[in-house]
Ligand binder design. Structure first.
Ligand code: UN1
Length: 513
């Protein structure tokens, strides 16, 4: 592994054998149990992380709430300057962090580097935004009155992130929250805790160099019980959570029980509609990258291809042919397209999906299977598989976080395909491949896709940071990253100022004393 620079990357990122998983800025203290992080790449122990006890959590919250009192008074463009410096540090450490992401999570190095690039991009976006936290002004109905709105920071933002994007999703939240004047407490996935420690180290360096208070960036670690400390804590006005729909339902209920705000990014069941007018070459690239990229473990991964009967056989053959070219193996080796799944539990769920689709009547087009032998010692490498299925199979309705692609056939108009595409519980990403303007516009119209993301002539995964990212229905309704997603990290205040000597009441109400 020295060949792939893992050891060097761990050094650059300040990772030790045993790491503190609880920190406020550069202050570390953890008294919880230890999590061991094993790489799905080679099954080796990467490092240990001490988790957060209840007492540790209290100290974190105290540091965070104290830091907020200072941070909120620093003008937003100056907060932007700090985020700019953070983006610069990420540029310096891009390679090291990309390697760690690839090694701890298992995605290809290209995708690991791409993830760090998303962090850099959101920092740039946030820097510009730090001068644009605009509210509106309104005309008052009363003479001599002025009315306007302004946005103030919320306070402590809790971030719960998933293993599949172990660094970027934190940055989407944190870069925006910071310029908005919030402080952040982050619980990374217990499957990728080392990535969390590495990011916190980078952030801590920047805050320390600028003499800013401990607690603007905080890290906590552990399982759902540590997440629960935040979801139930009234000192955390916003909890942003990325993960399964099952987890999201719990978080949403716990936060709602205290009338807090939650931002949820949950499961997807993303489809590409392939119409008779589709460019087949583009369809194949979009579908294959969408289905096997990150080993099928993106929220935006392509799970279903909804293909018109007139091009069905052609598309099926072209995609199956492309699968034969896929090289599966060590994701740090740039010759490979597909790395491992995150762990053996994920392998089990992948196997179960393949058994179930056959039980429900499906037909395997590209065989799956767990790879064994040299280079596959971790037991997490699987063959991306394709099955022909029917839209209403239970397994097709379910999000399996693995490289299993279902081929579904439609006939008649594009409406029929749209109906199949929308007829699932999730609503994250969707795409149509067509050169027919009517079909494309129909897909984007009010009668079209019901997802948060709807693309024409590109696949379902690989969204840019400039747009609002998120989806409807069981995906949770939250929007992160670009557009005006920043507004959820702030509270809106409407201000009315009377500069006369009279006190007229709104709605013309008379109240004479
Ligand atoms: C996720 O899978 O949690 O669109 C986020 C994409 C990435 C983000 C995915 N930019 O695939």
């Amino acid at each position: 592994l020295t060949d792939f620079g893992v050891e060097n990357a761990l050094n650059v990122l300040g990772i030790n054998e045993v790491n503190d998983g609880t920190s406020t800025g550069s202050n570390s203290f953890s008294n919880g149990e230890i999590i061991e992080s094993y790489s799905p790449v080679d099954g080796q122990l990467i490092g240990k992380v001490k988790t957060t006890s209840k007492e540790d959590y209290e100290k974190v919250m105290q540091a965070a709430t104290t830091a907020f009192k200072t941070w909120r008074t620093i003008p937003a463009p100056q907060r932007g300057e700090i985020v700019r410096q953070f983006g610069e540090k990420l540029r310096e450490k891009k390679e090291a962090l990309g390697i760690l992401v690839s090694y701890e999570m298992g995605k290809s190095l290209q995708e690991g580097l791409g993830e760090v690039q998303e962090m850099i991009d959101i920092c740039d976006f946030a820097v510009g935004l730090s001068r644009q936290l605009h509210g509106l002004t309104m005309h008052s109905e009363r003479p001599g009155h002025r009315m306007y709105e302004q946005y103030h920071p919320l306070g402590v933002v809790g971030i719960i992130s998933a293993f599949n994007f172990p660094v970027a999703v934190w940055a989407w939240n944190t870069a925006l929250a910071w310029i908005c004047g919030d402080v952040c407490v982050w619980k990374p996935s217990e499957k990728t805790p080392i990535c969390g420690v590495a990011c916190q180290n980078i952030a801590a360096e920047v805050f320390k160099a600028n003499n800013l208070p401990e607690g603007i960036s905080c890290l906590i670690n552990g399982d759902y019980k540590v997440g629960e400390m935040m979801t139930k804590d009234t000192r955390v006005p916003l909890v942003s959570a990325t993960g399964s729909t099952r987890m999201g339902k719990i978080v949403a209920q716990e936060v709602a029980a205290r009338l807090g705000k939650s931002l949820l990014e949950l499961g997807g069941n993303n489809a590409i509609i392939v119409t008779p007018d589709a460019d087949i070459k583009m369809t194949v690239i979009g579908a294959v990258f969408g289905a096997v990229g990150t080993c099928g473990q993106r929220c935006t991964s392509t799970r279903r291809l909804i293909i018109h009967e007139s091009v069905y056989d052609k598309v099926k053959e072209a995609v199956a042919d492309a699968y034969k070219q896929l090289r599966i193996g060590n994701p740090l080796d740039e010759n490979n397209h597909v790395g491992p799944l995150i762990d053996k539990d994920a392998v089990g769920m992948y196997q179960k999906a393949l058994t179930q689709v056959v039980e429900e009547g499906g037909n395997i087009v590209v065989e799956g299977g767990v790879l064994i032998g040299e280079g596959y010692e971790s037991g997490c490498y699987v063959k991306p598989a394709i099955a022909e299925a029917k839209p209403d199979y239970k397994i097709v309705q379910h999000e399996t976080f693995a490289p299993v692609l279902y081929l579904l056939k439609y006939s008649g108009d594009v409406e029929n395909a749209i109906e199949i595409q929308n007829n699932v519980a999730q609503g994250l990403s969707s795409a149509i491949m067509t050169n027919n303007l009517r079909e494309a516009e129909r897909f984007l119209s009010v009668q079209g896709s019901d997802c948060g993301i709807a693309n024409v002539n590109i696949g379902t995964s690989g969204a840019e940071i400039g747009g609002a990212f998120g989806g409807e229905k069981e995906t949770g309704g939250g929007r992160e990253s670009g557009s005006d997603a920043w507004k959820i990290y702030m509270r809106r205040q409407t201000n009315t100022i009377n500069y006369t000597t009279e006190l007229p009441l709104a709605q013309g109400i008379k109240f004479d004393l």
